[in-house]
Ligand binder design. Structure first.
Ligand SMILES: [Zn+2]
Length: 137
């Protein structure tokens, strides 16, 4: 699998696929408290998508509810848990590189500490997404 590691819906979808997040899941709408024409009355609690109108929130089957794994750290940790990234079998930790500039998921292999993902990520959420994809690919 070759997915560009940059935050956004494409990466979110790739992560959802490898962790087996059901792609046909529908949104969890909540009322925004707004009223009037041309405003979104509903927002999805899970992914932040906006609904169209008061009587029938927009729910396109081509636009399933996928959590923002690549931009939201809580969602990223949920994906990590689902993928068993931080399971007890491996001593994996989320951390920064030696220079403190980029994020990665590292595992200890004997005396060698190596990164699970291919590249060093600019945010912890991206580091987790990258490691989850690497693990499951
Ligand atoms: Zn949603």
């Amino acid at each position: 699998m070759s997915v560009e590691i940059k935050p956004g819906p494409e990466l979110d979808r790739a992560v959802a696929e490898v962790i087996g997040d059901p792609l046909d899941r529908s949104h969890d709408w909540e009322h925004t408290g707004l009223s009037g024409y041309h405003v979104s009355f509903f927002r999805c609690r899970a992914c932040g998508d906006l609904g169209a109108d008061e009587w029938e929130p927009y729910d396109d089957p081509e636009d399933p509810c996928i959590k923002p794994y690549s931009t939201d750290l809580n969602a990223a940790f949920a994906a990590a848990e689902r993928a068993g990234l931080f399971s007890e079998t491996f001593w994996r930790t989320l951390g920064m590189d030696e220079l403190g500039e980029t994020w990665g998921v590292f595992e200890q292999d004997g005396s060698v500490k190596r990164s699970v993902g291919r590249d060093q990520a600019p945010t912890p959420a991206l580091a987790i997404c990258e490691a989850v994809l690497e693990l499951k690919h």
